[in-house]
Ligand binder design. Structure first.
Ligand SMILES: Nc1ncnc2c1ncn2[C@@H]1O[C@H](COP(=O)(O)OP(=O)(O)OP(=O)(O)O)[C@@H](O)[C@H]1O
Ligand SMILES: [Mg+2]
Length: 451
């Protein structure tokens, strides 16, 4: 469609399939779900933009789990592909936010689109909205979704709506269940809905062919979800105990006296992973920071890690880690020690023991809480190469696809599939350093000293 709207903003967009259905839908909750790159985000953003151009003084919200991820993905699509003409003509302007108001886009007809992350909900949740779009909605908890729903009462539009876009996740995910129970509508988006990748006759465009090559290279549950669009459970999931609602926690101020640890798995073509852990007085472990990046030298990762922990003067921003638990490569360890200025300790590497130790920490203890947690938003920066390849970009994103290797002959599997396991290995090193049977190595971890 090409539409000349408010002050001649020109909008060109051809919605197909689920995108077209979304444009007509006025149910109070609607999800558009499907494999990677079907045009879900673009359709949702276009719809919001058109409604904002067409209606005076309405208030909308674009939200993601974290504000940082919104800025690097959804808002780029909005500015480059949806509102570029309106922005160039000054019909839409960026507003940087104030102490009371969330940042966002201001339309010349008085309509507003606020933007924000549920990791910092204060300003976005203090407004009332007509239309909300949650991108990558599977990252949200059901509590987030319901809390957003309570803000939908601006009443400037004749109807209010909460839209969500997502790739399929596990069949037990609350979004799938909510739609199955009829509380929300689910529109199923397919690759054929995206004219940038698939021509009207079903053949691939050049861009489509190279995009589908990446999806064809995926394996396991990621392939089922991102290529085939299935709400699939991972078969032979190793960390069955892991539950986002229990093991993922919001950021909190970590008491200074809690011991800190650093765990490291080396990589270059594969990601190198560095995880910072804090241990509470009852021995629970919280991963509060993470670097996870490909194509970065150990010395560069070490410098970045050091700058996160220390001021340029060398003074510590946070408690010095009591141990740096490390993958074994001698040369990489030496480089890391040199540039980090801390000694390292080789990790306890027995895989089957380590896995059992992590699993047992993930189970709820007597106090009904597990003993290992990941803090939301721990990842310092996303690696765009991993996003392009649709690979996990942090420890948390590995968990749902970390599976046992199936052994021919049906014997019980003991080893994980060695793929997308960099955060998994690092977490195992950390847990084993605290829980593995006491050995000389573990004693060494306890008494690590600066170089
Ligand atoms: N109807 C359309 N017309 C032109 N280009 C489109 C259309 N739909 C999608 N595209 C383009 O295809 C690409 C993928 O679209 P988009 O990011 O919206 O997909 P998505 O389904 O949200 O992907 P993901 O699953 O990764 O979130 C983008 O470059 C987008 O501009
Ligand atoms: Mg998207």
């Amino acid at each position: 469609m090409t539409t000349a709207l408010d002050q001649n903003a020109v909008v060109r967009y051809e919605p197909r399939g689920a995108a077209q259905q979304l444009f007509k839908n006025r149910q109070s909750e609607v999800f558009i779900a499907g494999p990677a790159g079907t045009g879900k985000s673009l359709a949702s953003l276009f719809r919001m933009h058109l409604i904002a151009l067409n209606n005076k003084d309405i208030r909308c919200l674009i939200v993601r789990k974290t504000a940082v991820s919104l800025g690097s993905t959804t808002l780029v699509t909005y500015e480059k592909k949806v509102a570029q003409d309106a922005l160039a003509r000054g019909i839409v302007k960026w507003f940087g936010g104030s102490t009371r108001e969330a940042p966002g886009y201001r339309y010349s007809n008085g309509s507003k689109i606020d933007v924000g992350g549920m990791d910092k909900p204060d300003r976005i949740m203090s407004s009332e909205y007509d239309l909300v779009f949650a991108d990558e909605a599977t990252e949200l908890t059901i509590d987030d979704w319901e809390a957003i729903g309570t803000r939908l009462r601006n009443g400037k539009l004749a109807w209010q709506q909460q839209m969500g876009a997502c790739n399929p996740s596990a069949p037990t995910h609350w979004i799938k269940q909510r739609c199955d129970q009829g509380q929300s509508a689910m529109l199923t988006s397919r690759h054929s809905d995206n004219p940038a990748y698939v021509n009207a006759d079903g053949s691939y465009t050049t861009a489509g062919a190279s995009y589908f090559e990446k999806l064809d290279a995926l394996t396991g549950v990621r392939r089922l979800r991102l290529r085939d669009g299935i709400w699939a459970a991972a078969e032979g999931l190793i960390y069955e105990e892991f539950d986002d609602a229990v093991h993922l926690v919001d950021p909190f101020t970590i008491p200074y006296e809690w011991p800190r640890w650093l765990a490291v798995d080396f990589g270059f073509t594969n990601p190198m992973c560095m995880q910072w852990w804090a241990e509470d007085p009852d021995g629970r472990l919280f991963m509060y920071r993470e670097l996870y990046h490909t194509q970065r030298l150990v010395e560069d990762m070490a410098r970045q890690a050091k700058a996160l922990m220390q001021y340029p003067s060398g003074a510590w921003r946070e408690p010095r880690p009591r141990g740096v638990i490390c993958d074994h490569d001698a040369e990489d360890r030496a480089t890391l020690e040199k540039h980090l200025g801390l000694r390292t300790t080789p990790a306890y590497k027995r895989v089957s023991v380590g896995l059992q130790l992590v699993k047992s920490r993930m189970k709820k203890a007597g106090d009904n809480r597990p003993r290992v947690f990941l803090v939301r938003g721990a990842l310092v920066e996303r690696d765009p190469e991993l996003d392009t390849a649709r690979k996990p970009a942090c420890t948390q994103e590995e968990i749902g696809g970390y599976v046992w290797a199936v052994k021919p002959g049906g014997t019980a599997p003991e080893a994980p599939v060695k793929k997308d396991d960099h955060g998994m290995d690092t977490m195992r090193y950390m847990v084993a350093a605290r829980d593995a049977p006491v050995s000389r190595k573990r004693v060494a971890v306890r008494s690590v000293s600066p170089r």
